[in-house]
Structure formats: structure tokens, C-alpha cells
Write a protein of this length. Structure first.
Lengths: 324, 275
């Protein structure tokens, strides 16, 4: 099992290499080079050459790539223009907010989709199953930014009961800790609801279909034939097996969550990595863009590897398989 | 006559929801095509009466520049639908080629292509799209290409899996034994068998492309004004949520209903295939 997992980890190395290669070259496809952005165009050409040499921009692009790679292995993603601070520091500062938002939304999505997925599989073609199916089609089709705007319109503009943007209220910065936590909680409600509304559909449909498959299996019939109570059959025998593939799906839906966070954070002014990324794109802050693309992709890959590991631990059939 | 019957069969769904969805999309396509005849106002024409609520003169009201929202919705439908169609065409072609090559030849070619797919899948694609849009001046052509080129991976995996299963069937083996050229085996014997699942994937992909286009335009990195797209109409609406909520409600509703209908059509096709 360990060997298998190590093999999977070994595949990650060329993949990280591939990711860095793609992100590096995309950035360098850009017309003009970074100096054009903030160096006075009337500058003495010699001085410009000196600046370029200073940043290594006079070297061939392949050499530049390996310089960059060498630096990021050391954890040095360069200095972000405009902010004049190390890229890594800026990103690390923003990651907790993004993880708080994504994590909360994700846990709620999981709970909702496991409950409704299993229930509607069990009561297939019932009234509730149909409702769940209709709701998930609606959820899949709703554009997240529109849901966000509508929630702001209803709860912030019309009813004025929830804050529409930001992470916390600056006026409360000296208040006791429980008030500040409550304040952050209030700020979380709208962005998290938006993510849940547009995000629960895929997982619910998925869990429904795997559970339907599992319920047809022989061991379920055996469990029922033994006279086990229905809820034990459902939650002990069926749920365990139908949740197995979920581990992989969860790993695979990480990119969507990250993507969702970019838009949600922008609408709700959430001070996370996504909003940092969008503003980096607008100001063409290349080192920052590369840093964010690289770090979020690596996080996603690690998430997938972790999902694989969990799968190996959770499913004995796979462990036994690789022995022969 | 036979053609008409075939077309009728193709367009008829058992599922009522899918049938309504198809009718809605066809109506929307016609409305978009004949937009100049249906609209009383030019979508880009600035008016003096801004932020008017919906009324008989302006079915959906006017926006901050006094432009008629109804006209902008219809002209926006042209953009959204064509972006969806073309982006999906690109992603299907690219995905098809990669998938069929990967599945048919196997070995290290398969390994390389599949690792490339993995790498592409682990980028949050919206971010890849955002960075590309920031590099070049955002315009509608870039939007289409970028969406197409970042969404082919699903089709590639699907086609590969289908090819792998079809490849083992006796008729393909027979074709190989007969010594038919690879090209013929691929396109005459394998391709027709993978078309149906790809069609379903393409409808789902089209819904996704329309959502992505509107998200990009909403962020200001997609279709640029004065062209109207549902996404960039929503972008303008943010500042007027209090005074003119219809500016936000209407374009978003159209995105939602269009995407929903496309998903339902996809579902209808899926049910048809499974029978």
C-alpha cells in the first residue's frame, strides 16, 4: 500500500513541473515585458537594459524559467509589484480567509448532499426525490455571481439584516473576541450561502446515483434478509460503500471550489486569495499571478493525493488488489 | 419527407421538461436572429430616460445609460448563444482528437496525453482564463478560444474511455485483421460509436461555456461594451442594486433559464440514448 501511494506521489513531481511550465509560459506569452508597465518609457535605453539584466529579463526564456523554478523551490516567488512585498507572504496572508470560506461552504455542501443524495436514492422516484432532482438542476444552472447579487439585493439592500461585503466590521476591532467572531460569522452567511446554492447539485446527484447502485448489491439483500433494521442497512452497509467513490469526487471538485472562490470573493469583497488573484490580473502583476496559479494548483494536487491516500485506507479491496 | 420525420424524431423528447426546454431554446435562437425586427430600440443607443422601471414602452426598463434592456437582452442572446456554440465546438474537436489518439494508440502516447489532461484539470480553469484574458486585450474572440481550449479535458477522457471499450469489440478486431488502414478504423468504425456520449457532454459543455462567458464578462474580462452580453449587463447593474434592481434581476434570469434549458435538453438526449 505504501509503495502504491509513493508511486502516486512520484507522479506528482512531473505534474508540478508541468504546471509550473504552463503557468510560466502563459505569463510570458503576454505582449511586452513587465518593464513596460512601470518603467518610464522615456528612460535612457542603456538604463533600461541594465534594469532588464538586473531582473534576468535579458536571458533566453528557458533560462528564465529555470531561474524561476530554482527560486520557487526555495520558497522565493519574487516580489509583487505595487505591493513591494514578497509574493509568498501576500498569498499566505490571504489563504486563511479563503480556506475559512471554502471550508465552511464545503462542509455544508457535504452534509446537505449526503443527506439528500442518500434519501432520494432510497426513496427513488418519490415526491422528495423529484423535488431534490429539480432543485439540483436549478442549482447547477444558477450563475454564482447572480445568486450573490440577488442575496445582496434581498438581505442587505431590501431587508438590511446582513452585511454585503468584507470580512469583518472595522468598528468592532476593539470589541471582545466573541463579538468579533459573531461579526465574522455574519459576514460569512451570504458568500457561504451562495457557494452552497450553486455547489450542492453536483455532489447530491452523484451520491444519489452511487447509492442507487449500492442498494442493488447482494450484500444489501443479505443484510435485509438477516432481518437487520432498515436504518442500519442504509447507514451502515449502504452509506459506507456509496461514500467511497465520493472521496475521489471530492478531490476532483477542488478546482471548482477554488474557481468559485475567485468570483464569490470578488462579489463579496472577501479578503482571500481569489480576490487577490483577480486584482493581480487587472494590474498585470505577473509574479503575483504566477504565484497564485502555482500555489492553488499545488494545493489542488495535494488535495487529490490526499484523497487517493484516504481511498487506499478506506477501501480494503484496493489494498488487497495490489498485492497480487 | 423522411428527413422531416427523422428531424421530428430527433427533436421529440419523452421528458416534458426537456421538450419545453428545447422549444424555449429554439424560440430564443429565433428571437436572437431576428432581434432587429423585434426591438424598437437600438441596444447601444443612449437614451435620456435612464433607470426607468419596466413598462409598456420598455418591457424590461432601461439601464444607467438609458439603453433599452429588452433590446440588450435579445442582442446579448446572440453573444451568449454563439459563444456557447463555438466554444463547445472547439472543445469537442480538441477533446475528440486527444481522446481518440490516446485511446487508440495507448502506450506512452496515452500516458503523456492523460498526464497533460491531469495537469490541465488541476488548474482552476477560471484562473487560467482570467490570466490569459488579462494578457491580451479581452474581446469576444479571445473569450471563445480561451473557453474552448480550457474545457476539452472532459471530452478527451470520455472519448478515450469509449474508444478503449469499443476497441476490444469483435468488429474492430475484424477490421484490423482485414488490414484496414488505421484512419479508416478510427473514423468509420470507432467514431460513430462514441458520438452519442459526446453529444451529451457537448450540451453540458455548452451550458458551462455560457456560464463561464457570463462570469468573465461580469468581471469585465469578457465581452466588452458597447457589445451587450448578459454578463456585462450584470456588471453594470452592481452600482444600481438599490435604485434599479431590474437591471440585475433580468439578465441573470436569462442566463439561468437558458443554462437550465440546455441542461434539460442534455438530460433528454441522455434518456434517449439509454433506451
Amino acid at each position: 500500500m505504501l509503495v502504491k501511494f509513493l508511486k502516486k506521489l512520484a507522479v506528482l513531481i512531473p505534474m508540478v513541473f508541468g504546471i509550473s511550465l504552463i503557468s510560466f509560459f502563459i505569463i510570458h506569452l503576454a505582449p511586452g515585458d513587465p518593464t513596460a508597465l512601470f518603467v518610464d518609457p522615456n528612460i535612457d535605453p542603456k538604463e533600461l537594459l541594465r534594469i532588464k539584466a538586473n531582473w534576468g529579463l535579458d536571458k533566453p526564456i528557458i533560462i528564465q524559467f529555470f531561474y524561476w523554478l530554482k527560486n520557487i523551490i526555495r520558497g522565493d516567488f519574487g516580489i509583487a509589484y505595487l505591493y513591494n512585498r514578497p509574493v509568498l507572504e501576500l498569498i499566505l496572508e490571504r489563504i486563511p480567509a479563503t480556506l475559512l470560506l471554502m471550508g465552511t461552504a464545503f462542509i455544508i455542501i457535504l452534509l446537505i448532499s449526503i443527506f439528500f443524495g442518500v434519501y432520494s436514492a432510497y426513496k427513488k422516484d418519490s415526491f422528495l426525490d423529484k423535488i431534490v432532482s429539480i432543485l439540483s438542476f436549478i442549482g447547477m444552472s444558477l450563475p454564482s455571481f447572480w445568486v450573490g447579487l440577488m442575496l445582496i439585493l434581498i438581505f442587505s439592500v431590501e431587508l438590511n439584516i446582513l452585511p454585503s461585503s468584507g470580512f469583518s466590521n472595522p468598528l468592532l476591532s476593539t470589541s471582545p473576541i466573541y463579538l468579533r467572531i459573531y461579526d465574522i460569522f455574519l459576514h460569512l452567511i451570504l458568500p457561504v450561502s451562495t457557494m452552497v446554492i450553486v455547489g450542492f447539485a453536483g455532489l447530491t446527484r452523484y451520491i444519489r446515483s452511487t447509492t442507487i447502485e449500492v442498494l442493488k448489491q447482494n450484500y444489501i439483500r443479505t443484510a435485509r434478509a438477516k432481518g437487520l433494521p432498515e436504518n442500519i442497512v442504509l447507514f451502515k452497509h449502504a452509506l459506507r460503500n456509496s461514500l467511497l467513490p465520493l472521496i475521489t469526487i471530492v478531490g476532483m471538485s477542488l478546482p471548482d471550489l477554488f474557481a468559485g472562490a475567485f468570483i464569490i470573493e470578488t462579489i463579496f469583497g472577501w479578503p482571500g486569495m481569489g480576490r487577490l488573484g483577480v486584482s493581480a490580473v487587472f494590474s498585470r502583476n505577473y509574479p503575483l499571478i504566477m504565484g497564485i496559479v502555482f500555489i492553488s494548483s499545488v494545493l489542488i494536487l495535494l488535495g487529490n493525493a490526499f484523497a487517493d491516500l484516504l481511498y487506499l485506507i478506506a477501501d480494503p479491496r484496493i489494498r488487497i488488489d495490489e498485492n497480487d | 419527407m423522411k428527413m422531416i420525420k427523422k428531424l421530428k424524431d430527433f427533436l421529440a423528447f419523452e421528458n416534458k421538461a426537456s421538450q419545453f426546454a428545447l422549444i424555449f431554446i429554439i424560440l430564443l435562437i429565433f428571437a436572437a436572429l431576428f432581434a432587429p425586427l423585434l426591438c424598437r430600440y437600438n441596444p447601444a443607443e443612449l437614451g435620456t430616460e435612464s433607470l426607468l422601471p419596466p413598462s409598456f414602452n420598455h418591457f424590461f426598463g432601461t439601464d444607467d445609460f438609458g439603453r433599452d434592456i429588452f433590446s440588450r437582452i435579445l442582442y446579448g442572446a446572440r453573444i451568449s448563444l454563439s459563444v456557447g456554440f463555438i466554444a463547445v465546438a472547439i472543445s469537442v474537436i480538441v477533446g475528440f482528437l486527444f481522446g481518440i489518439i490516446s485511446g487508440f494508440f495507448g502506450g506512452w502516447i496515452d500516458f503523456l496525453i492523460m498526464r497533460f489532461v491531469d495537469v490541465m484539470l488541476s488548474f482552476p480553469s477560471i484562473f487560467l482564463i482570467l490570466s490569459i484574458q488579462a494578457m491580451f486585450t479581452p474581446n469576444i474572440y479571445n473569450v471563445v478560444f480561451v473557453i474552448g481550449l480550457t474545457s476539452w479535458m472532459g471530452v478527451a477522457r470520455l472519448v478515450r474511455a469509449e474508444v478503449l471499450s469499443v476497441k476490444e469489440r469483435p468488429f474492430v478486431e475484424a477490421a484490423k485483421v482485414l488490414g484496414l488502414p488505421t484512419k479508416n478504423i478510427l473514423f468509420r468504425h470507432i467514431l460513430p460509436n462514441v458520438i452519442e456520449p459526446v453529444l451529451v457532454a457537448a450540451t453540458i459543455g455548452m451550458a458551462g461555456a455560457i456560464l463561464t462567458e457570463s462570469a468573465l464578462s461580469f468581471l469585465g474580462l469578457g465581452v466588452q461594451p458597447p457589445l451587450s452580453s448578459w454578463g456585462n449587463m450584470l456588471q453594470d447593474s452592481q452600482a444600481y442594486l438599490r435604485d434599479a434592481p431590474w437591471m440585475a434581476i433580468i439578465p441573470g434570469f436569462f442566463i439561468f433559464i437558458t443554462v437550465l434549458c440546455i441542461y434539460l435538453i442534455g438530460e433528454g438526449i441522455k434518456e434517449k440514448i439509454q433506451k
